[in-house]
Write a protein that binds this ligand. Structure first.
Ligand code: MG
Length: 353
């Protein structure tokens, strides 16, 4: 019996994880946290609000599933990595913002990161047991979101309602907006860099509109392995929690008889500048990825509150990167200070605009 703590248990990933655990005789929900919604009674130990690390300090678990949204998940990620507790990671922002600190903690702790992000779970599965020297590159797929095919000019009037209507994945509001701007894919490029130890020029992105191909890995002999399945987060959640085993999820097998469309197309970098900005932040190193993430979180919240236009999101992020010094954070307190500074500046900038 594997004991699991689910952090962010009322969100989209968290609640699906709770269902996956409930359906499995091998998994036990030992603890759960939520940001503000009540979760009384769903686990023997629960915590609403506050820092989920306080909950982790009170319990013994085999796996921590971090499904907190945004930078708020950083401390729990570092806590698990430092202690070598298996980390099922859905909170990509923590690995993006705290990349170097997380890598150092991961090395010291010696545990595992089991990616819950569907693309990274797919890459992890394609890479399993293979030597790094055989890998040419990894390819992250993107659905393209609700605005795929639109020009930059056509995105000027993009509304919240349209941005929240994702064509293939059913997700929480933050990641759905990130998918519409392609910031999500940008965060995932940085996430892949830290998870798989690959330079940015060996992490590709391609649009695959039906979200059936979750990722590919290209090998040096010219072969490529792809990971396929219907878009359903229960699969990567189940894989991470049951690793190295697999368990039934209730997700349907691919139906080839009804016709399976696997088209690919390139990303329109003009209409969707967030992907390029993320690459720029990742390649610049230091705290630039933290800056990208913080400015994006503030901009997305403002867009959701009706205070910022859709095209205002990349403007806020670009300005933050232009004005950041990118100094490396030596420790978590440093990082939290940088994150807070970027947020304040971004808020100020939006208020003046
Ligand atoms: Mg993903």
């Amino acid at each position: 019996m594997k004991r699991v703590a689910v952090l962010g248990a009322t969100g989209s990933i968290g609640s699906q994880a709770v269902d996956v655990i409930a359906a499995s005789p091998e998994l036990e929900l030992a603890a759960a946290s939520s940001g503000s919604r009540p979760i009384d009674g769903i686990a023997p130990e629960t915590q609403v609000g506050g820092d989920p690390v306080d909950l982790l300090e009170r319990i013994e678990v085999d796996v921590v599933l971090n499904a907190v949204v945004g930078f708020a998940g950083v401390r729990a990620t570092l806590w698990a990595l430092e202690r070598g507790v298996d980390l099922a990671l859905a909170n990509k922002e923590s690995l993006v913002a705290a990349g170097e600190l997380a890598l150092a903690a991961w090395k010291r702790g010696g545990g595992r990161i089991l990616p819950v992000d569907s693309e990274h779970s797919a890459i992890f599965q394609c890479l399993e047991g293979r030597d790094a020297e055989n890998v040419n590159s990894v390819v992250l797929t993107a659905s393209g979101g609700p605005f795929r095919g639109r020009s930059r000019a056509e995105l000027d009037e993009a509304t919240q309602e349209e941005a929240l209507a994702h064509p293939t994945w059913n997700m929480g509001p933050k990641i759905t907006i990130d998918s519409a701007t392609l910031a999500n894919k940008g965060l995932e490029v940085i996430e892949a860099h830290f998870l798989f130890g690959l330079p940015y020029d060996r992490i590709e992105v391609v649009i695959q509109p039906t979200s059936v191909v979750h990722a590919l890995v290209r090998f040096r002999d010219g072969a490529a392995l792809a990971h396929l399945g219907y878009p359903d987060m229960r699969v990567p959640i189940s894989f991470a929690l049951n690793y190295p085993d697999r368990a039934p999820t209730g997700v349907a097998q691919l139906d080839f008889a009804s016709g399976l469309v696997l088209e690919f197309e390139p990303v329109d970098g003009q209409a969707f500048p967030m992907l390029g900005l993320a690459r720029r932040a990742g390649e610049a190193g230091g705290s630039c990825a933290c800056v990208f993430n913080a400015a994006n979180e503030v901009a997305v919240a403002a867009f959701l509150a009706g205070r910022l236009s859709f095209l205002g999101i990349p403007e806020v992020v670009e300005h933050a990167l232009d004005t950041a010094d990118g100094a490396t954070a030596e420790n978590l307190d440093d990082l939290i200070a940088i994150d807070a500074r970027v947020r304040r500046a971004a808020e100020r900038g939006m208020a003046l605009a």
